[in-house]
Write a protein that binds this ligand. Structure first.
Ligand SMILES: [Zn+2]
Length: 385
């Protein structure tokens, strides 16, 4: 990436701020006594990273762009699927099959051309978390998996960047703001990810289309409050929403002084300059794995998909252990062996790999992009589905 001289960058930022300040599109919120031109200027200067442009990320991105957050970063690597459309309103029917970030950036630039939209086409994980959050003031957690959520938490806490958490399932949702100084983080609430297969995903369990819309907008609301300093943040509080009875509840969250991420010892270590190294990548790409296999290396290839998927397409000589059965079957696996875990796109296998590492398996790699990437990059004779 080419570097822009600081003076040029400052002049561009100042021009952008002037454009934002005078634009008629913000008239209704500028009129608010509690908001005013000063808050509009704060939004114009703010940089917000939205991790995941799905059900939660869609409303967050649309409304934060419309509200005039100066810089919006988006992280995703999926393509638009027809099953996304009932809740991911960043995309239309004509976008099916298109990379999400390409469609999202086009839509957001139309919503508000004053906003700078930056796309990061990748999967958010521990190894790239620090680099991705470093240039932003606030992060919106729009992820649907635990490895990404813990990676957001740990990187944000280490760098003193707050993040707005949201999650949905069936008819219920949760929101909170984590990583604010002296307030709890996500690990204070849940120290570790649950064993794989014990918490069903939206894909398995379903979600009412409006649910991520509601929760995503609550996240956007907290982001605007944090950027402008108005109101009282949802930090140290967990908001629970139940759509079926149209009721919210609130739970007070204490900070855990022994938390691995934000606890006293972790803070002291950071203050003493013991910079945490991001977790080293233990993932592998299809081409890297293919080269190893061709050279005679033989890690155990662990397929954590469902039996019907394994029957459709599988890597040669791989062992099938569906994610939902992994916890039960872990004792029968050799902890000293080397594993490459794979699934369809790399999400389930990331959870499985993290679980195995936590059980003391030292040599576990996730196959990035799953068997789908393998089919695209290494062996086109493997069926895609
Ligand atoms: Zn914590």
């Amino acid at each position: 990436m080419s570097r822009v001289p600081p003076a040029v960058e400052a002049a561009a930022a100042s021009r952008a701020a002037q454009l934002h300040a005078s634009d008629a599109r913000y008239a209704r919120q500028r009129t608010l006594r509690e908001f005013g031109p000063a808050s509009q200027a704060s939004l114009a200067a703010a940089r917000v990273l939205i991790v995941g442009t799905g059900g939660l990320g869609s409303p967050s991105a649309l409304y934060l762009t419309a509200a005039g957050v100066g810089t919006i970063g988006l992280v995703d690597e999926d393509v638009v699927d027809a099953s996304n459309l009932h809740r991911q309103l960043l995309y239309g029917t004509s976008d099916v099959g298109r990379p999400k970030l390409e469609a999202a950036a086009a839509r957001l630039r139309d919503v508000n051309p004053l906003v700078q939209v930056i796309t990061h086409e990748t999967r958010f994980r521990a190894v790239n978390a620090h680099a991705l959050v470093a240039d932003y003031d606030l992060v919106i957690d729009g992820t649907d998996n635990f490895p990404a959520r813990y990676a957001i938490n740990d990187a944000c806490v280490a760098r003193g960047i707050p993040f707005v958490y949201g999650s949905v399932s069936r008819f219920e949702g949760q929101v909170s703001v984590f990583g604010v100084k002296d307030k709890p983080c996500y690990r204070c609430l849940f120290p570790d990810a649950p064993p794989p297969g014990t918490v069903p995903t939206c894909a398995e369990e379903g979600v009412l289309g409006v649910l991520p819309g509601l929760i995503g907008l609550m996240q956007a609301t907290e982001a605007i409050k944090w950027c402008t300093g108005i109101g009282e943040l949802l930090a140290g509080r967990l908001l629970l929403y139940d759509a079926l009875v149209q009721r919210t509840r609130e739970v007070a969250l204490p900070r855990n002084a022994a938390c691995r991420s934000c606890g006293d010892a972790a803070q002291a270590a950071r203050a003493a300059g013991q910079v945490e190294e991001p977790v080293l990548s233990q993932d592998t790409t299809p081409t890297a794995l293919a080269a190893r296999l061709a050279a005679g290396d033989a890690p155990v290839l662990l397929d954590v998909r469902e039996p019907w998927e394994h029957a459709l397409a599988a890597l040669p000589a791989s062992v099938l252990v569906p994610l939902g059965t992994l916890q039960q079957r872990t004792p029968s696996l050799d902890p000293h062996a080397e594993y490459v875990v794979y699934c369809h796109h790399g999400g389930r296998s990331a959870m499985a790999a993290e679980w195995l590492r936590r059980q003391g398996f030292a040599r576990v790699a996730n196959l990035e992009g799953g068997i789908d990437a393998w089919s695209r990059e290494v062996d086109a004779s493997i069926a895609r589905y």
